[in-house]
Design a protein around this ligand. Structure first.
Ligand code: SAM
Length: 288
């Protein structure tokens, strides 16, 4: 049943929104000495070649990171994210485009400190093997688990470290993923109400879009701090296109909304594929 492979999509506009938000959250957590916990429920392979057959088949990076890369100095808030990509592509010259792209586990492993703890969960046995060979053995503070990310999240919170962030990034191949996200988030929050949760979701053409319903249901929960950021790179497409994506952040760190409001206009301008490109940063529940 596991047919989704992130290698087809690495470095696309949705990865940029997700990884930009993730790097802002981790940079914020790094401002305090106290160690924290990072849990990735759907980790993927950790590292991707943008000239692989898979990536070239969809060419999604060409309208994603490869479009953004030459404009990166306009986004100083995203320097930690761009530095991570630069280190992976140390041989490239000023005019070249990156061919190695980091997944969320790589970004997290690069940004956390040696005292922080990472748990990376991936169900696909092939991706889990690649993830392990990409980064597993090098770091003592990282645990890679081949399991269902939703069940593991509930089993692993509250974590031994009090501070932390959970990235929830399922493929939404199956319609039930939307309800699973809603239910799992509610259960995890009940057990660990102070954790930060960052949920990625796709924005699809209306007849296939279940994200708005998911957000409505999550908003009805007991959360006290819910921040939503969305980036649409074009107007709604035919039945199968993903024209945008969003991140819902529970317990958003202080000033994340301001930072997102600073970067989104530039990301939208650079990644726009037509004149319907747009962005929003909105509190669904604003902390008092
Ligand atoms: N978070 C990654 C990143 O940003 O680089 C990308 C993850 S990709 C969108 C989703 C991943 O979830 C795929 O690698 C897929 O194999 C994996 N997956 C699918 N169902 C899963 C499940 N129930 N539990 C854990 N992983 C799952």
């Amino acid at each position: 049943m596991l047919s989704y492979r992130h290698a087809f999509h690495a470095g696309n506009h949705a990865d940029i929104l997700k990884h930009a938000a993730l790097s802002l959250i981790l940079t914020n957590l790094n401002q305090k000495d106290k160690a924290y916990y990072y849990l990735d429920t759907h980790a993927g392979a950790g590292l991707y070649r943008l000239d692989s057959d898979w990536a070239l088949k969809t060419q999604e990076a060409a309208t994603g990171i490869q479009m953004l890369w030459p404009q990166r100095t306009r986004l100083p808030l995203l320097k930690p994210y761009f530095d991570c990509i630069q280190r992976l592509n140390s041989q490239i010259g000023d005019k070249d485009l990156p061919l190695n792209y980091p997944g969320s586990p790589w970004i997290a492993q690069t940004l956390v400190r040696s005292t922080d703890h990472l748990v990376l969960i991936e169900l696909h046995p092939d991706d889990e093997k690649i993830l392990k060979s990409n980064l597993g053995k090098q770091y003592k503070n990282t645990k890679i688990v081949v399991q269902d990310g939703f069940q593991e999240l509930i089993a692993r919170v509250p974590p031994p470290l009090k501070r932390g962030v959970v990235l929830i990034d399922p493929p939404y191949e199956l319609k039930q993923d939307y309800q699973l996200v809603t239910d799992t988030l509610a259960q995890a929050y009940k057990r660990w109400a102070t954790g930060i949760y960052a949920v990625w979701y796709p924005i699809l053409a209306t007849q296939r879009d279940h994200s708005a319903t998911m957000l409505r249901k999550i908003k009805q929960g007991t959360y006290t701090n819910l921040l939503k950021v969305e980036l649409k790179v074009q107007g709604a497409q035919s039945e199968f296109g993903m024209h945008g994506s969003g991140m819902l952040i529970v317990n958003a760190p202080w000033q994340l909304d301001t930072q997102l409001n600073t970067i989104l206009p530039i990301l939208t301008e650079v990644l726009a594929q037509d004149d319907k490109a747009s962005w929003t940063v909105e509190w669904l529940k604003e902390p008092s």
